[in-house]
Write a protein that binds this ligand. Structure first.
Ligand SMILES: Cc1cc2nc3c(=O)[nH]c(=O)nc-3n(C[C@H](O)[C@H](O)[C@H](O)COP(=O)(O)OP(=O)(O)OC[C@H]3O[C@@H](n4cnc5c(N)ncnc54)[C@H](O)[C@@H]3O)c2cc1C
Length: 228
């Protein structure tokens, strides 16, 4: 299969926590994508998929990449510098939202927040959805917390949006939510029928939450997921 590729310059590189990097890429002319889609970066001998963190109407393509210790692409990303050009693919994937104004529940862990931020921001800021939107965001350690200020700003601006985050490995001094996302989700589901679920993160989290939702009589067709 022929994949169209584009050269794109890195405009900004910022660490969101000790190992999660936000890359802002120049958007190629006429490059359009749907909220939730991913692209591939072609490195010299490998390619890797990354969800698009920005929303389609933003001027840049932003990525939120967790650099794994010893990971091939991760090591390249750690050393990549602003102004370098990288090769990216067309957007891909079916983990997307449409313009329907319906209740949505999102569950993300770690860099799994990337496609969900694109969906949330498009839904609230561009589609102006008024239905209830809830996000449960799981992070491992206190020092890894990122993007919470931006989520607080969204929830202050849009009253139909609320979120919680939980730490799976909190310190003794942590006063906020702790434990896995699976422990917090059930109490947050008010409507089981007219609610679309979007899960993104590790294989274990997606497997656990899917099972939990299916066991709670949620129709499989209302559960969409992306595994990193
Ligand atoms: C649709 C999709 C969207 C995605 N979106 C994102 C995103 O938005 N953000 C994001 O951060 N990631 C995303 N990913 C994951 C991403 O594509 C990469 O898989 C991830 O970044 C790891 O790539 P890597 O080359 O750094 O690690 P790899 O080299 O592929 O290694 C993966 C892991 O295995 C370990 N490993 C490698 N070789 C060995 C070995 N010989 N022995 C033991 N351990 C080893 C590495 O240390 C690392 O932890 C997405 C994946 C998919 C499929």
């Amino acid at each position: 299969m022929n994949i169209t590729s584009y050269q794109s310059q890195i405009l900004e590189k910022k660490y969101l926590n000790k190992d999660t990097v936000c890359l802002k890429l120049q958007k190629p002319e006429n490059y359009s994508f749907l909220p939730g889609q991913f692209l591939q970066i072609f490195f010299i001998d490998i390619k890797r998929s990354y969800s698009i963190f920005s929303k389609p109407s933003d001027e840049t393509i932003d990525l939120c990449i967790k650099c794994l210790e010893g990971g091939k692409a991760s090591e390249i990303i750690k050393n990549i510098t602003v102004e370098e050009k990288i090769t990216i693919s067309d957007p891909m994937g079916h983990f997307i939202i449409n313009e329907d104004d319906i209740e949505r529940t999102y569950v993300a862990t770690g860099s799994g927040i990337a496609p969900i931020v694109s969906m949330l921001r498009t839904s609230l800021e561009d589609y102006r959805h008024k239905s209830k939107i809830y996000l449960l965001f799981g992070i491992r350690y206190e020092e890894d917390i990122f993007y919470i200020k931006e989520l607080e700003k969204l929830s202050n601006t849009y009253k139909n949006f609320s979120f919680d985050f939980t730490l799976s490995r909190p310190s003794e001094n942590w006063k906020g939510n702790s434990g896995r996302v699976s422990a917090h989700l059930p109490s947050k589901i008010t409507d089981k029928k007219n609610n679309q679920f979007y899960l993104c993160g590790s294989p274990d989290m997606v497997k656990d939450i899917r099972k939990l939702l299916i066991d709670s009589d949620i129709d499989m067709k209302n559960i969409k997921f992306e595994i990193f």
